[in-house]
Write a protein that binds this ligand. Structure first.
Ligand code: ADP
Length: 507
């Protein structure tokens, strides 16, 4: 297969960040690298060059046309191919991976082999109930049931495909370690995109970038293809016996955000610039509908200069949050909506994550934050306090009280119960200044558990499937950290499988 060469991944992330034009990431998003090995020399040498399919290879028709190359789109493509079909991926950006690239915390799953091996007790019911509590009972119960019941097999599937998430941590609102990360504890997103893309390449699945899908094509009330403009050329029709919409969310679309949430005008976003809600519009045009569009997750810990999300794993591994005076003010492991509200209630509407070398060793995404210049360091607590212009005595007192709470397993101040395995006593000490940022759009199109797109009357649109952040309902009012990566793999796979069955049955 002829390939056009495009520099991507770290290189692209670096350039976007350097140019200050990355609205930044969605998902848990840390944004790029965080892989400890991702040194800036690798970045500038373009070591992560990827190759994509040359436009001259585009065919008139495929069995399954997949719109979007994030985790959902690539998982769908792999399943469709393994079911014996001919899929294609169309991606509007110059590089693949979407917001999935920026996911940081990990992938939640229950009853997994890795939990068992590490003696972690968990159940699908507990995962269900805690996700439902996190979403204030508003989650779509059928999607949620399917999600938890298929989470362990998704972890297995990834592992079978060389993507091993065997390092466990915890995120806000969860009672146990069910957030699966790469072995070295690094951010999940780039590892996942790299691993999925290797599988896509291995299977010779064509991937066209700079391929902006503008609409779905319908015939006799069935979706039969897409209209796509490649490299800025006039749109052409690509036929598909089935179409999977995996275009992600709309966190980078200020107009759409403010249409539903005027209060979020001007708030920094962690999303990549391709997350503009195109799939929602396309699906509405053929009779589908969206739910929960006003449910937009604001992540509590975002570095504000470039909208880089500081992953929840930093708190999960033991960091605390303090205000400008050096006092704790919230249970750091509460759900994202509550932590965000607490930060917004501070006079500065900003706070500091404080942690030690131990946290830094366990949450290696911190290396990336440091490379970006977000991390302040002090060999002692006093030195750190000086650097961030905070009262040293107050910060010391706060850390002493916290370390006592960790030792006695009792946080009488804020009732934190998780992410407190280790005291903050290993120098050096570090701080990252954060404030909330737009992170994830929980709303999106309505699907059933087969990922078929539904109309308001409950009927489905033949030939049309959707998966990932473009879908609404699973998370309800508030998404739990680690659940979006799980969603894209679980429902991406299902979309690929279901679309394949549909195509085979209609042949
Ligand atoms: P998910 O997590 O649901 O997989 P991502 O944000 O990771 O979502 O990926 C979605 C991808 O879809 C992004 O790479 C985005 O650029 C791409 N995309 C969005 N709109 C279009 C479109 N109109 N045509 C082609 N690709 C699109």
């Amino acid at each position: 297969m002829k390939k056009s060469h495009v520099f991507v991944g770290l290189m692209a992330s670096f350039l976007l960040l350097a140019a200050g034009c990355a609205p930044d990431k969605a998902k848990e998003t840390a944004s790029s690298s965080s892989k400890t090995g991702a040194s800036s020399s690798e970045v500038t040498s373009g070591a992560s060059e990827k190759t994509y399919t040359d436009v001259s290879e585009l065919q008139d028709s495929y069995d399954v046309v997949i719109i979007g190359s994030g985790g959902a789109g690539m998982s769908a493509a792999i399943e469709a191919k393994d079911a014996g079909l001919k899929p294609v991926i169309l991606e509007k950006m110059p590089t693949i991976g979407g917001n999935t690239n920026k996911a940081s915390s990990g992938m939640n799953a229950s009853e997994t082999k890795f939990q068992t091996a590490q003696g972690i007790e968990d159940s699908n019911d507990a995962f269900y109930n805690e996700t439902l509590a996190g979403g204030h009972g508003t989650n779509d119960p059928e999607l949620l049931r399917y999600f938890v019941d298929n989470s362990a097999s998704a972890i297995e599937w990834l592992d079978e495909n060389g993507i091993t998430l065997d390092n466990l941590t915890i995120t806000g609102g969860m009672s146990t370690k069910r957030t699966h990360r790469p072995t070295d504890g690094s951010a999940v997103g780039e590892y996942l995109v790299k691993g999925l893309y290797e599988n896509v390449e291995k299977r010779d699945i064509p991937v066209f970038v700079n391929a902006d899908v503008q609409s779905l094509v319908e015939k006799d009330n069935q979706v039969t293809g897409v209209k796509v403009s490649i490299e800025g050329q006039d749109a052409v029709t690509v036929n598909g016996s089935a179409v999977i919409v995996a275009t992600g969310g709309f966190g980078a679309n200020q107009d759409l955000i403010t249409q539903y949430r005027a209060d979020l005008k001007g708030v920094v976003t962690t999303n990549q610039e391709g997350s503009t809600g195109d799939g929602i519009k396309m699906i509405e045009e053929v009779g589908g509908y969206a739910v929960d569009m006003d449910k937009i997750q604001v992540h509590p810990t975002v570095q504000q200069d470039k909208g880089v999300l500081i992953g929840e794993a930093v708190r999960g591994e033991g960091a605390i949050l303090v205000d400008a005076n050096g006092n704790r003010f919230v249970n750091e492991m509460d759900t994202r909506d509550k932590v965000t509200a607490a930060i917004n209630a501070l006079p500065e509407k900003a706070a500091y994550l404080i942690f030690d070398q131990g946290v830094r060793d366990r949450a290696t995404a911190i290396e990336f934050y440091d490379e970006q210049g977000y991390v302040e360091e002090g060999k002692t607590i006093d030195e750190l306090a000086g650097k961030i212009k905070m009262d040293a005595a107050t910060l010391s007192k706060t850390l002493d009280a916290w370390n006592t709470a960790v030792t006695s397993k009792s946080d009488t101040a804020f009732n934190r119960t998780t992410g407190m395995d280790e005291a903050l006593t290993t120098p050096s000490y570090f701080a990252i200044k954060i404030a909330p940022g737009i992170h994830y759009t929980m709303g999106g199109v309505k699907i059933n558990t087969k990922t078929q797109v539904e109309k308001k009357d409950g009927s489905t649109i033949p030939g049309l499937y959707a998966a990932g952040e473009v879908v609404g309902g699973l998370h309800g009012d508030n998404r739990i950290g680690g659940n979006s990566v799980a969603e894209i793999i679980i429902f991406g796979r299902q979309a690929g499988t279901q679309a394949a069955e549909f195509v085979k049955s209609s042949k």
